[in-house]
Write a protein that binds this ligand. Structure first.
Ligand code: HEC
Length: 106
């Protein structure tokens, strides 16, 4: 039995996708999607931080996710962040965490 050329191409394409997907999966979220979503956050969260607003750049994804969960369940009380945390799905939080981790804090 021999593979047809189109089958070979498919195998090669899958192999390439594996290589590209690996770093994304390492952090659990889709960085490009996170960057797209981050527009809702960076109006307040500047990489250098701002008066009363911490920088969230370079944050470990576990801390990031835990902070959003705490705002959502009210154990951290901040009206603006509670609103934001209630609006995002788990997949979006994972993507945001993956993206913000890649940003260098100033
Ligand atoms: C209206 C301004 C505003 C927007 C928009 C906003 N945040 Fe926040 N965020 C804050 C403030 C203020 C705090 C600090 C609250 C506190 O410590 O009680 C905070 C805290 C956080 C923290 C915890 C940081 C730490 O040091 O513990 C995370 C994580 C976070 N925000 C993520 C996000 C994400 C993700 C988005 C976009 C979906 C977002 N924020 C949008 C104002 C904002």
């Amino acid at each position: 039995m021999s593979l047809r050329p189109d089958a070979l191409r498919r195998v090669a394409a899958l192999a390439c996708m594996g290589v590209i997907a690996a770093p994304l999966q390492a952090s659990g979220g889709d960085i490009a999607y996170g960057e797209y979503l981050a527009g809702d956050c960076t109006g307040c969260h500047r990489p250098e931080g701002a008066e009363g607003i911490p920088s969230i750049a370079g944050r470990a994804p576990e801390d990031f996710t835990a902070a959003l969960a705490a705002f959502r369940d009210g154990s951290r009380d901040n009206p603006a962040m509670r609103l934001m945390a209630e609006r995002v799905t788990e997949e979006e939080v994972a993507a945001l965490a993956a993206y913000f981790q890649t940003i260098e804090p100033y």
